[in-house]
Design a protein around this ligand. Structure first.
Ligand SMILES: O=C(O)CC1=CCC(=O)O1
Length: 94
């Protein structure tokens, strides 16, 4: 199942700088592990924003929920999920 997920990040300005850096580092490691595993297919920065659009290929909505709740930055994010289906004009399958 394919999903486009938009993540808008808003880390509080008064968060301890060490906690901020450590959380961002954990977020990167978590994301890259899921990318290597194939469930997090791609991640794109939205120009001019502390936001990304990511494509996930997961077995279920429950699995996507589990992944999103596990994001180290989850408590500082707004997350918007869009399910994707094949477009009849697409010349490739995913
Ligand atoms: O920087 C972001 O957009 C938040 C984020 C999600 C995965 C990651 O590595 O950073």
């Amino acid at each position: 199942m394919l999903f486009a997920v938009r993540m808008d990040v808003a880390i509080p300005a008064d968060l301890d700088p060490e906690v901020r850096q450590e959380t961002i580092a954990r977020e990167k490691a978590y994301s890259q592990e899921l990318q290597r595993g194939g469930e997090w297919k791609s991640i794109w920065r939205i120009v001019g924003k502390y936001s990304n659009i990511s494509i996930f290929d997961v077995e279920s909505t429950d699995r996507l929920h589990e992944i999103l709740w596990g994001l180290p930055l989850f408590e500082y994010m707004d997350v918007d999920v869009t399910p994707l289906a094949q477009h009849p004009s697409a010349i490739q399958q995913d």
